[in-house]
Design a protein around this ligand. Structure first.
Ligand code: SAH
Length: 385
């Protein structure tokens, strides 16, 4: 195996439990080809084995502290461990995340399950080298009818990799029907967002569904995944999204579940919320699940202004006793900033609100304490008094 030599600062990151070593901490590069390399410190002491990405700013991603070969058996062990954890935390759904990259000791690898289809993402040059081995393990272990690679993500460009969508094994339909608690929905595997659905919100959708009654508003509804759960307890659900395409799928999902109390509205949620407030509308529950407003650190300020605006308006249109289920999937807007934003919105809302609970990403998207990048979704449920 080739060798990468790293600085004391690089070695210190690993000893604190974070698997990444940046380019500036690589003092002896293993050469231009990506793959698995042995990592040693400045004095030549063995530190572990890592994925090497020659073009990335994240040069090394730790695989193991053992001096061992990275072969099919290695991937199988890690995927088995990921599966054992999912068996413990996932129930009542046929769509879930099997592998959450660094959080499962499988850096830069995503594997999502949609019924008998697996959807993967190979997010670094290093992991890409092992694609065939990983596909072989997945095929043998899960006997899926198809394995898709949704490698059409921008991060691949930083790795010098092409953006593509490819079938890696078997047959993959454009759309699959999956179940989530009491509802069913269609996931667009080839062109839906992420790998086909926002699996990270599954537990929050179920929770919001439990609280739903009366008149309910679902903002940033996408395929209606929250709305489907809300409609079971609510009299009427209004689901708002700016994308006609997303709403077309939402319409199919509403029909699939035989629901007749969901109204789909194509609108900018910022405008819609303002108009509802001006019109004096009242809702018993509002869901806010916007896209990431802060994709970069530099966008935090403006993102917080956006979050505050929609949260403030949602707080104002709640009926007494009404719930606000509010989320942010911006990694850079951390839980502290999110909480401060809600406090600031509540201060302007002119009415008392009660914290009901804090929410995060579903348990099949585990967050490792030492690797903050594994967590990005945060949310809260508040109740208007
Ligand atoms: N709640 C969904 C995921 C929402 S993703 C689920 O659980 O599956 C964010 C959605 O916001 C996308 O569908 C996108 O089309 C929509 N969107 C983005 N900007 C918007 C805006 N200004 N107004 C309304 N919808 C918007």
């Amino acid at each position: 195996m080739r060798v990468a030599r790293v600085s004391a600062r690089g070695a210190a990151r690993w000893s604190r439990g974070h698997p990444w070593i940046y380019k500036s901490d690589v003092i002896g590069a293993p050469g231009p080809e990506p793959g698995a390399v042995r990592v040693v410190d400045a004095r030549g002491r063995f530190l572990g084995v890592a994925l090497w990405s020659p073009n990335s700013t994240i040069s090394l991603r730790k695989l193991t502290g053992e001096d061992r070969l990275i072969d099919e058996a290695f991937w199988e062990e890690r995927i088995e461990a990921a599966m054992r954890y999912r068996n413990a935390v996932v129930a009542g759904t046929s769509a879930y995340r099997l592998v959450h990259a660094e959080a499962d000791g499988l850096p830069s690898l995503i594997v999502d399950v949609y019924g008998d289809i697996l959807v993967t993402q190979f997010l670094s040059a290093g992991i890409e080298v092992f694609r065939a081995q990983i596909v072989e393990v997945l095929r043998r272990r899960f006997a899926p009818s198809g394995i898709l690679a949704r490698n059409d993500v921008p991060v691949r460009e930083h790795e010098g990799l092409p953006r593509t969508v490819e079938i890696l094994w078997g047959r993959v339909p454009d759309v699959v029907e999956v179940s989530e608690g009491a509802v069913r929905y269609l996931a667009g595997l080839n062109n839906g967002q992420k790998t086909g659905a926002f699996l990270d919100q599954r537990e929050n959708r179920l929770r919001a569904g439990e609280l739903a009654r009366g008149r309910v508003l679902d903002c940033f509804a996408y395929h209606g995944s929250f709305a489907l759960h809300l409609a079971r307890g609510a009299e009427r659900v209004v689901a708002v999204d700016s994308s006609a395409e997303a709403l077309a799928r939402a319409k199919d999902n509403v029909a699939l579940n035989g629901l007749e109390n969901v109204e789909l509205v194509e609108a900018n949620a910022f405008d819609f919320l303002r108009e509802q407030e001006e019109a004096g509308a009242v809702y018993d529950l509002v869901v806010l699940d916007p896209p990431a407003f802060a994709k970069q650190r530099t966008a935090i300020e403006s993102a917080l202004r956006g979050y505050k605006e929609i949260n403030l308006r949602a707080m104002r249109i709640l009926a007494p006793g009404g719930y606000l289920c509010t989320f942010s999937c911006s990694y850079h807007v951390n839980t502290v900033l999110f909480r401060e934003m809600l406090e600031s919105a509540a201060a302007d809302a002119g009415r008392p609100l009660r914290w009901i609970e804090w929410r995060g990403q579903a348990a099949d998207h585990p967050v490792i304490v030492q690797i903050p990048e594994t967590g990005y979704l945060k949310g809260a449920i508040l109740q208007a008094l």
